[in-house]
Design a protein around this ligand. Structure first.
Ligand code: HEC
Ligand code: HEC
Ligand code: HEC
Ligand code: HEC
Length: 226
C-alpha cells in the first residue's frame, strides 16, 4: 500500500516537472497559452496581441509592418542554412525551397531563432525576457548561419503532383480544415503544423500548439503517405 502511494507520488511529481519544463498549449485560445506574455512582460501593460501585432505603426523606427499582418515585433537579421537538395541523405525534394525563410516563418523566427529578445517589440528594445532554450529553433549554427537542416523543411512548395507520397491538398488537417488551408502560397511554413494562437478547435490540447495530435504521429500522417 505504502509502495503504491510512493509510486503514485513519483508519477505525479514527474508529470508535474514535465509540464513545467515544456509549456503545452491548452487549445482553449491564446489567453494563458505559451504565447500569452501579458503577465510576464511588464511593458505590455497586460495586453496579449501587441507583442506581435499592433493596430497602428506608432512611428516606431523599424517598419516591421512591411512583413504584413500589422507585425510589431523586431525581426531577426540572421541568415539560415535551408533544408534543401544540397544535403547528403536528402531524398531529392520535389518542392522548390526558398533561398531563405519566407512568409510567416520569418515572424516565428523573429523570436524562435534566439537572436532577438522576446520583449523587443514596438519601441521597446527589450532584453529582459530571453527565449527558453527548449524553444530555440534551430538549435544549431552552421558557421555564421542558423542551421535549419535539423528542422522539417519550411518555405517549401507542397508539390503533391511531383511527389506521389504527399496527400492531396484537399486531405483533412484536423480542426484547421484541409492541408490547402494551412499552406501559404502553396508552401509549408511553421504555421502549417503549429497554431501560434492556440485557438480552440484548431490547436490540440497538451501538444506544442499542434494542429493535429502527435500521438501515433498523426500530424506527420496528415501529409505523408507512409
Ligand atoms: C514574440 C515572440 C514569439 C513569436 C513571434 C512566436 N513565438 Fe513561439 N514561443 C515564444 C516563447 C517565448 C515561447 C516559450 C514560452 C514558454 O515556454 O513559456 C514560445 C513557445 C512556442 C512553442 C512551444 C509551445 C509548447 O506548448 O510547448 C511553439 C510550438 C511555438 N512557440 C511556435 C511558434 C510558431 C510556429 C510561431 C510563428 C507562427 C511562433 N511560435 C511565434 C515566443 C514567440
Ligand atoms: C506570439 C506572437 C503572436 C501573438 C501574441 C498574436 N499573434 Fe496573431 N499572428 C501571429 C503570426 C505569426 C501570424 C501568422 C501565422 C498564422 O496566421 O498562423 C498571426 C496571424 C494573425 C491573424 C491573421 C490570420 C488569422 O488567423 O486570421 C490575425 C487576425 C491575428 N493574428 C490576430 C491576433 C490577435 C487578435 C491576437 C491577440 C488576441 C494575436 N493575433 C496574438 C502571431 C501572434
Ligand atoms: C512538419 C510540421 C512542423 C513544422 C513545419 C514545424 N514544426 Fe515545430 N514542431 C512540430 C512537432 C511535431 C513538434 C513536437 C515534437 C518535437 O518537439 O520534435 C514541434 C515542436 C516545436 C517546438 C517546441 C520545442 C521542441 O523542440 O519540442 C517549437 C518551439 C517549434 N516546434 C517551433 C517551430 C518553428 C519556429 C517552426 C518553423 C521554423 C516549426 N516549429 C516548424 C512540427 C513542426
Ligand atoms: C503540412 C504537411 C506536412 C506535414 C504535417 C509534415 N510534412 Fe514532412 N514534408 C512535407 C513536404 C511538402 C515535404 C517536402 C517533400 C518534397 O518536396 O519532396 C516534406 C518533407 C519531409 C521530409 C524530408 C524528405 C526528403 O526528401 O528529404 C521528412 C523526413 C519529413 N517531411 C518528415 C515529416 C515528419 C516526421 C512529420 C511529422 C512530425 C512531417 N514530415 C509532417 C509536408 C508535411
Amino acid at each position: 500500500m505504502k509502495r503504491l502511494f510512493i509510486l503514485t507520488l513519483v508519477v505525479l511529481m514527474t508529470a508535474g516537472i514535465a509540464s513545467f519544463a515544456l509549456a503545452a498549449g491548452n487549445g482553449a485560445g491564446i489567453t494563458n497559452s505559451p504565447h500569452d506574455f501579458s503577465a510576464t512582460i511588464p511593458t505590455l501593460n497586460g495586453e496579449i496581441c501587441r507583442i506581435c501585432h499592433s493596430p497602428h505603426d506608432h512611428h516606431v523606427t523599424a517598419q516591421n509592418y512591411l512583413e504584413g499582418l500589422l507585425w510589431n515585433h523586431t525581426m531577426s537579421s540572421a541568415t539560415y542554412t535551408m533544408y534543401d537538395n544540397t544535403m547528403t541523405g536528402t531524398q531529392f525534394l520535389d518542392g522548390a525551397v526558398d533561398a531563405q525563410p519566407t512568409g510567416t516563418a520569418k515572424m516565428c523566427l523573429a523570436c524562435h531563432d534566439g537572436t532577438v529578445a522576446v520583449d523587443s517589440y514596438e519601441n521597446h528594445a527589450g532584453g529582459t525576457y530571453v527565449l527558453p532554450t527548449y524553444a530555440e529553433i534551430p538549435g544549431f549554427a552552421d558557421g555564421a548561419n542558423r542551421d535549419l537542416r535539423g528542422t522539417h523543411p519550411i518555405s517549401i512548395v507542397y508539390d503533391d503532383v511531383a511527389d506521389g507520397w504527399l496527400k492531396p491538398v484537399t486531405a483533412p488537417m484536423g480542426g484547421s480544415g484541409t492541408i490547402g488551408d494551412v499552406l501559404e502560397n502553396n508552401k509549408v511554413q511553421c504555421m502549417s503544423c503549429h497554431d501560434v494562437h492556440d485557438a480552440p478547435i484548431e490547436a490540440i490540447s497538451g501538444t506544442p500548439l499542434l494542429r493535429v495530435t502527435d500521438a501515433g504521429s498523426a500530424i506527420c500522417l496528415a501529409c505523408h503517405v507512409k
